[in-house]
Design a protein around this ligand. Structure first.
Ligand code: BGP
Length: 490
């Protein structure tokens, strides 16, 4: 097995799941700050106070009642407030990543740390200094930052007062934020991603077979159009500020398979790829909507508001690389589903050939090879796997050690699959495992769903010392990086 010279091994986190410090350094609140913890079976709740002062909760996608305001309520625990306190531990964490030999570390910038409400004309200097220091620290350890500009954390003010991304005004606010990032961190950061898992907006709609009104689709497609334009404008600005910048899209990569060989399932599978995967990738890599987009809009009577200049922007702002997360594959079928997969973020028919995690996610390394080969053939752009991993329970032994052979096995299979794709000619330039240090789960808000090579002493109720310790997988990944992927043995 061999990986290209200079292959970018590393790990990834997101500000809202790692950083904490939600009210420090001038930061404003984001939606994740009014989101409670959940479990594999119970959803996270978004909390508010209604116009009569009564407390209420919503689940993702539900609308805030007229006159209500998002609010932090005493009776709930909000895991993202402190997360795993990267805000105060970043030097220690980066040193540990350096010890593992990371070539790059993927993290995100909290929008509300730079623009507390999102609408200010000038950025918060303290926020800029915080990230500058973090980037300098990474370089000290020979680690190149890979920065996600938006990772699920629009400032709460923009959500509540402007109605989030379905409002076109968000484009300008985002572009101002992105411009600040490119300008202030010039020379420290060369690799950027605009929107994390941009396609989730579509994927979430159909999850669990929800039968949503056409308006939900109208809003979702309009929301996405605004993000596409915002991303394309950011790409143009990023290139103008520093032509050496490499800027990518970030897609939630799920490999779809037909549930049976019924031609109807084969066609449904093709359509699932178009809707869930290609719709966003085509706009961001090719600069225009795919031919099937009209069909998708028609299915739900969607009438998109697209300005003439948007077509130009989309064309001029195509990305330099395609990056994606990969955790699992999924089946699509037109037939009755006998056995369903439970768990957050995975729904639908169970694939009898695969094993499922405690959170219902299918482990499928071949699916990663399939995805890499399919996508490279479509766009011919360099690819990076910027999230991959297994959310699992860890046990701390009496002597403090943590044995996680299941995690090592998961990574071994996926690194081998990535290598097969490279041998078949796919240009894969980097790999950052998700949650290289334990972080708050995005889907469930749990701490017990752990991905890290580094354990963090923190539980679901917010109790723990935040102390960091090395799991067995820490030493294994260190060896993998040192051998540039050749030594995957225990
Ligand atoms: C992706 C997100 C990440 C991350 C990961 C794992 O969707 O980009 O933020 O959290 O999934 O998901 P979870 O945390 O729900 O296990």
């Amino acid at each position: 097995m061999s990986f290209p010279k200079g292959f970018l091994w590393g790990g990834a986190v997101a500000a809202n799941q790692w950083e904490g410090g939600w009210q420090e350094g001038g930061r404003g609140p984001a939606l994740t700050d009014v989101t409670t913890g959940g479990t594999v079976d119970t959803p996270r709740l978004i909390t508010y106070i209604d116009k009569d002062g009564k407390h209420g909760t919503l689940t993702r996608g539900q609308k805030l009642p007229e006159g209500a305001h998002y609010a932090v309520l005493d009776e709930y625990h909000y895991p993202n407030h402190d997360a795993v306190d990267g805000y105060h531990h970043y030097k220690e964490d980066i040193a540990l990543f350096g010890e593992m030999g990371f070539k790059q570390f993927r993290m995100s910038i909290s929008w509300s740390r730079l623009y507390p409400k999102g609408i200010e004309n000038e950025p918060n200097k303290e926020g800029i200094e915080f990230y500058r220091d973090m980037f300098r620290e990474m370089h000290k350890h020979g680690i190149e930052p890979l920065v996600t500009i938006w990772h699920f954390d629009t400032p709460l003010y923009l959500e509540e007062e402007l109605g989030d991304w379905k409002n076109r005004e968000l484009i300008d606010h985002f572009v101002r934020f992105a411009n600040t990032c490119f300008k202030e961190f010039k020379g420290l950061v060369h690799n950027w991603l605009t929107f994390n898992e941009i396609n989730n907006t579509i994927q979430f709609l159909d999850m669990g077979g929800a039968n949503l009104p056409d308006q939900a689709y109208q809003d979702a497609y309009q929301h996405l159009h605004h993000q596409f334009v915002a991303s394309a404008k950011a790409v143009q600005i990023g290139h103008a500020i520093d032509p050496t910048n490499k800027i990518g899209c970030m897609i939630c990569g799920i490999t779809w398979y037909p549930g049976t060989c019924d031609p109807k399932d084969i066609l449904a599978n093709r359509h699932a790829w178009e809707k869930n995967i290609f719709y966003c990738g085509d706009v961001q890599c090719r600069g225009e909507y795919g031919t099937y987009a009209k069909r998708l809009w028609k299915e739900h009577n969607v009438k998109l508001d697209i300005k003439d200049e948007d077509y130009e922007d989309l064309k001029r702002g195509t990305v330099d690389m395609y990056t994606f997360s990969y955790y699992m594959s999924q089946l699509v079928t037109t037939h009755e589903v006998k056995e369903k997969v439970g768990g957050n973020f995975s729904a639908g028919a169970k694939n009898e050939y695969l094993k499922y995690s405690d959170w219902g996610w299918a482990t499928d390394a071949d699916g990663l090879q399939y995805y890499l080969e399919m996508i490279y053939d479509r766009y011919h752009k360099p690819l990076m796997v910027v999230e991959n991993g297994l959310g699992a329970y860890d046990t701390v032994e009496a002597d403090g050690s943590i044995h996680d052979p299941f995690r090592i096995e998961y990574y071994r299979l996926h690194i081998e699959a990535m290598n097969r794709a490279i041998e078949n000619g796919v240009d894969v330039i980097g790999y950052t495992t998700w949650g290289c240090i334990d972080v708050v789960s995005a889907g469930t808000g749990e701490m017990r769903k752990r991905y890290g090579f580094i354990y963090v002493d923190m539980d679901d109720e917010g109790k723990g010392s935040m102390a960091r310790s090395r799991k067995d997988s820490f030493f294994w990944y260190k060896k993998v990086i040192a051998s540039n992927g050749e030594d995957l043995s225990d």
